[in-house]
Structures are given as structure tokens and as C-alpha cells.
Design a protein around this ligand. Sequence first.
Ligand SMILES: [Zn+2]
Length: 251
Amino acid sequence: MLTDQELLRYSRQILLQPVDIDGQLRLKQSRALIVGLGGLGAPVALYLAAAGVGELHLADFDTVDLTNLQRQIIHDTDSVGQTKVDSAMGRLRAINPEVTLVAHRAALDADSLAAAVNAVDLVLDCSDNFSTREAVNAACVAAGKPLVSGAAIRLEGQLSVFDPRRADSPCYHCLYGHGSDTELTCSEAGVVGPLVGVVGSLQALEALKLLAGFGEPLVGRLLLIDALTTRFRELRVKRDPGCSVCGAKHG
Ligand SMILES: [Zn+2]
């Protein structure tokens, strides 16, 4: 059940017919893993905590650096030198003490990543490198957990949702398995803050839809955002039957 305080806190989204009290209860009973508490993970964590997702599992092995603060808005000047997980937890507790926070402060290897993915209902990939993205995708396919994947570099953003519970859904590897030029990280190539804010906010939105059970998720579609011209484009993406990660799973 929801308390009077919760009904009040979440009243503006409960007012929405597709959410309603049932959707809010589903959020309260949901657990989400956020991989990376940088530019994408910041708005993801802030919005999911504010919206009342019951458990947020936070994974990042890094500490806050002065160069992060231009875009990683969950951290502030006083948190420089702190672990990103502890810095984020302080801010999230201040926003919404109702949310349970689970910390992963060490780098996740294959086993601990599999366990972390198995412990939640949905995963948000907010990491900044290809090898982490591939590992997170493989763990999500193996566990049958939906993955909300976002990326932003320079002035370009990308977003898609991969849902192994659906036979028609591609996985991250179907799309990017042949390698891409996204191997560059923001620290090497640069990025503007509001762009990671846009991509991260859309990731949070997709997660809320999937967890509360409303709307049409961005499955089988890749959203491309060009910050320079403010243009959004959408590409259809299909599952690769020969994909080495999800191909065998669906036969
Ligand atoms: Zn695949």
C-alpha cells in the first residue's frame, strides 16, 4: 500500500491515468540497476529516485573529479574525491528517503555483474565504454532483464531499449557487435552537459514506462539525437538471428 505521504509525494504522476495508484505501486515494488553514475547516470538516478522506484542499485567504482562537474549534476563541488556511489547516495537520500539504495562500489566482474543484474527488474546502462556495454548486455540477455541503453559523445546522443523477454527485440550486440567509433570516451572526445541530461532523462522515462507498465517502449528502435541541429531521428533495428549473444537464446 501507499502511505498518505507517498500519495502526496507522487500525486502529479498518479494523476496520470496510465500510471494511477497501481502503476505507482509497481514502481514501489521495482528494483533498477544503474551502471555508471556519470553524466547519464546522474539524471537517471535523480529522476528514478524522485519518481519512487523502490530500490535503486548503484554501480560505479570511480571517484568524483573536478572535470566531472560540468555534466554529472548529481555530484557537487564538495563531493570531489568521494566515491561517486557515496556522493550520489547522499543526494538521492535528500530527494527521497523512501527509496532503498544498494551500493556497488567495486568494479563488477562477470560473476558479480550477473548477480547484480539478477537482483533487479531492469538495468540502465549509463557507462561510457564499449567493453562495459557489451558485458552489461550479455548479463541482461542471460538473465532475461530489459536494458535501457544510452550514450552521448561530443554533440551526438543515442538511445534504445533492448528487451530479451520479447522474441523480436534486438540486443545491444545485434546493433553494435561489429564495433563502432563509440570507443572514444567523453574524457577523450568531449561532450556538452545538457546532451547527457537529455539522453539520461529519456533513459529514466523509458525505465518508468517499463517498470510501471505503460506506453510503448523504445524497443527495436534506435533514437539518434543531433545536438548541433536539434534533430531527432529514429532507425528501425532488427534482431540479428546470427548474434553471438542473443541468437542462441531464441534459437
Ligand atoms: Zn543480439
